[in-house]
Write a protein that binds this ligand. Structure first.
Ligand code: UD1
Length: 420
């Protein structure tokens, strides 16, 4: 199994190009189930989660041509030959649940393995099921599978989610796009990835109003047509790279994602005292102070502070002067990076959903273990600023969401290498 070694305390300088957004791509790919024609995606990141979604779609009958050099993906689903999303694939990736809405809309039936628990909390799918039932699907759970049937066609409905779910919003938007009549989603997720999905559906001939707001109105159409869609840049990758010079020292220019998507994160980074110059699609981050201010962070749905950047920002606060607090409101168990950071010398206490970080003057390299995607990258960031060598094992977590991370960091002067 691959490991990553980092010899820290090297100033960074250079430029990083952000890849296409993993999370946007993972919903755009199942969207292709809704049409017989080809959906072409460009700016597709070369990541293991993208490969897993291809495996799943191929198992349903999709023909997929992936060109990792050109970052493009052509997905054609002329016929669905199988409407079962098997446990062996679904267990690898929770986003597999996003085939459920499209399968029900196109085929009128689906059988999708329950994703089950996962490392960062219980993560149920009840809101997905609630929304699809409102659209007229009959759903039952049997032997660990969600079995769904639709008599005729899905029908537009009013759906008010009790709280915000990105995945449930996406599943319903896709299903409602081919339903008969109008669907109104209240308390919809406003994440940029949801906007990217809506824009792609609109360019396929779908009818959606209220894009980017918490009320989304979808007028179902009879069919969707071919389009080519450029996947948005990965805002979480951009935020992660912004933290690299803030933690290790130096100055980096990062480009390839709309920086407005990161406003709540940037606000916190500025509060720590890090210098930021922001343009539309690029940002320059420089650490030109010795003492970082402590901060308080509460994760929330977009446009609030993203849970997917909580672990990485916590690593920065390990080096600040004073006490920072992180309240995790989205995933109850998302502090698995904490014990590993403590092994490197951090002073962090977790009580309930709150982590209290008391800044220390330095961290020391140690062997650490990646436990989930964002936790693993927070350890890479910690390693960049630590004395000695940090060796991170189980880096397959990292390969799910960060394309060429060692190359991108070593191009900026980091001493980082992957080995078996
Ligand atoms: C997506 C992102 C993930 C990000 C998360 C929150 C993808 C592939 N993943 O995950 O990176 O961290 O949004 O921004 O896009 N919940 C329920 N019932 C449901 C659905 C969700 O209780 O049916 C809960 C979850 O357990 C969680 C909260 O709602 O506590 C938000 O989850 P959700 O927004 O659905 O996250 P995902 O779409 O899984």
């Amino acid at each position: 199994m691959d490991k990553i070694s980092i010899k820290g305390q090297r100033q960074l300088s250079g430029e990083v190009k952000i890849s296409g957004a993993k999370n946007a791509c993972l919903t755009l790919m199942p969207l292709s189930i809704l049409l017989q024609e080809t959906l072409e995606l460009t700016n597709v990141p070369n990541l293991s989660d993208i490969i897993t979604m291809q495996t799943l779609l191929r198992s349903l009958g999709s023909y997929i041509k992936y060109n990792p050099e050109k970052n493009s993906l052509k997905l054609t689903t002329k016929n669905i030959t199988n409407s079962t999303a098997d446990y062996d694939i679904v267990r690898k990736m929770r986003a597999s649940i996003l085939v459920l809405g499209p399968l029900l809309a196109r085929m009128g039936k689906a059988s999708v393995s329950l994703p089950g628990g996962c490392a960062i909390g219980a993560r149920p799918v009840d809101l997905h099921l609630f929304g699809l039932e409102k659209l007229g699907a009959k759903l039952k759970l049997k032997d660990g599978y969600i079995i769904g049937n639709v008599r005729g066609r899905l029908k537009g409905a009013k759906i008010k989610f009790p709280f915000v779910s990105v995945g449930a919003t996406e599943n319903i938007i896709m299903a409602a796009s081919l339903a008969k009549g109008t669907t109104i989603i209240k308390n919809a997720a406003r994440e940029p990835e949801v906007v990217d999905l809506c824009n792609c559906i609109i360019s396929m001939g779908g009818k959606i109003d209220g894009v980017g707001s918490s009320t989304i109105i979808i007028d179902g159409v009879d069919h969707l047509k071919h389009t080519t869609h450029n996947v948005m840049g990965d805002r979480i990758e951009m935020g992660t790279f912004m933290l690299a010079p803030a933690i290790a020292g130096g100055k980096i220019k990062i480009k390839g994602c709309n920086t407005d998507y990161l406003n709540s994160f940037i606000e916190k980074l500025v509060e720590t005292g890090v210098d930021i110059k922001k343009n539309k699609n690029e940002i320059i981050v420089e650490k030109n102070i010795d003492v970082l201010n402590p901060i308080n962070v509460i994760t929330a749905p977009y446009p609030g502070f993203p849970t997917d950047l909580q672990a990485q920002l916590m690593t920065l606060t390990c080096f600040s002067k004073g006490i920072s607090k992180f309240e995790e409101k989205i995933f109850e168990n998302r502090f698995m990076h904490v014990p590993e950071l403590i092994r490197m010398g951090a002073n962090i206490e977790v009580q309930g959903g709150i982590a209290k970080v008391t800044g220390v003057s330095k961290l020391k390299g140690a062997p650490v273990m990646a436990t989930d995607l964002r936790a693993s990258v927070s350890l890479i960031l910690a390693g960049l600023a630590s004395s000695g060598e940090t060796v991170i094992s189980r880096v397959y977590h990292l390969d799910r969401g960060y394309e060429n991370i060692e190359k991108k960091l070593s191009n900026c002067g980091a001493n980082i290498r992957r080995f078996k």
